[in-house]
Design a protein around this ligand. Structure first.
Ligand SMILES: Cc1cc2nc3c(=O)[nH]c(=O)nc-3n(C[C@H](O)[C@H](O)[C@H](O)COP(=O)(O)O)c2cc1C
Length: 332
């Protein structure tokens, strides 16, 4: 399949694996890229810029296909060394960066000068328009369904994608709630040029996470995510567990007086406990409603080939079939 996104990033299929903390390691990104999508390494999971350089090099040893790096700008009192991270990405020769969390204005000129394509993840059309105006090459439109940070507007992709299509000139991919060939065709129909998946890629053979995490996704339904940190205006969609319910109880009890320190136990340092140790009640970790559409743990190649096969079948047979019926009726 050929779209503006496959052409821009030099990939075979219009499918991107979004940056994921403690999931976006070399194994994950290489598996997605080798399957014809765009795999993305998550910069902030690496403790130092040198570790990031090593991780990118490890990934480049596993694939000769394009890969990307996610740089997430977080609200933080002690921010990571973003200039060093950006320089590391430039020096590595990686040609795609996914930015997220905040406007990437400060780093954009350096990335663009190095010939890097920048896709910015946005949860609102106004953010995507801003990204376009400062020179981002593409946008990833993250609907309310998404795992991770859906923003505070709560607009699902059924509205957000066509709204983005109505406003944007740069190409965009759908993100949030995407799982299969139906998702891809629907995204294309609503104006996207491809799709970005997070949660679905965690339930793959190559995802470098504890087996308990994959099992939790198989067991979960679309009813099992919760929104946490809403009172702090840092909303995150996570999979429910004992500590998440405890966190929500604190939010109810403390109301608008709540501070980050009140919930630090349920949110800080949780990722290694979940992703590495498989302690599934440890606390809040990002997970999308799309968990309800995850029924198996294929390889990334099986998953992507299946999505592309389904998408072709839907377009060629199911959708074309509807047109045929109408034409017949009209001819009668
Ligand atoms: C476990 C997990 C960790 C994530 N970590 C990050 C991150 O560090 N930076 C980021 O920009 N997005 C992060 N995301 C969001 C994904 O890149 C993607 O936008 C989102 O998962 C799409 O929604 P979906 O899960 O419904 O596919 C994370 C998502 C998950 C599930």
């Amino acid at each position: 399949m050929k779209t503006a996104i496959t052409e821009m990033f030099g990939i075979e299929h219009p499918i991107i694996q979004g940056g994921m903390h403690y999931v976006g390691f070399a194994e994950m990104a290489a598996a997605v890229s080798n399957a014809g999508g765009l795999g993305i390494i998550t910069a902030l999971t690496q403790k130092t810029p040198q570790d990031l350089a090593n991780e990118i090099a490890r990934c480049q040893d596993m694939t000769d296909k394009p890969i990307g790096v996610n740089i997430t700008f977080l609200p933080s009192t002690t921010p990571p060394d973003y200039p060093a991270i950006v320089q590391t990405v430039i020096d590595s020769g990686v040609k795609v960066v996914e930015t997220a969390g905040n406007n990437p204005k400060q780093v954009l000129p350096y990335l663009k000068d190095a010939g890097i394509k920048v896709i910015h993840k946005c949860t609102a059309v106004r953010h995507a328009l801003k990204a376009q105006s400062i020179g981002c090459d593409a946008a990833s439109i993250d609907g309310f369904e998404c795992g991770g940070h859906p923003g505070e507007d709560d607009i699902p992709n059924m509205i957000l994608l066509p709204r983005a299509a109505d406003e944007l000139e740069i190409p965009f991919v759908s993100s949030g709630g995407q799982a299969d060939g139906r998702s891809l065709v629907a995204s294309l129909a609503m104006g996207a040029q491809g799709m970005n998946m997070g949660t679905r890629f965690i339930a793959t053979k190559e995802a470098p996470v504890h087996e308990n995490v994959k099992q939790a996704l198989l067991d979960a339904s679309e009813l099992d995510t919760r929104l946490v940190m809403r009172p702090l205006r840092n909303t995150e969609r996570v999979l429910t567990n004992a500590n998440v319910e405890k966190l929500l109880e604190k939010e109810r009890r403390l109301g608008s007086d709540i501070k980050f320190e009140d919930i630090i136990e349920e949110v800080a340092g949780v990722y290694p406990k979940i992703m590495v140790d498989g302690e599934m009640d440890a606390g809040a970790w990002s997970c999308g409603m799309v968990a309800g559409l995850i029924y198996d743990v294929p390889t990334c190649k099986e998953l992507i080939d299946r999505i592309m096969g389904e998408a072709h079948d839907i377009i060629e047979n199911r959708l074309r079939g509807f047109l045929g019926t109408r034409q017949t009726v009209a001819a009668e």
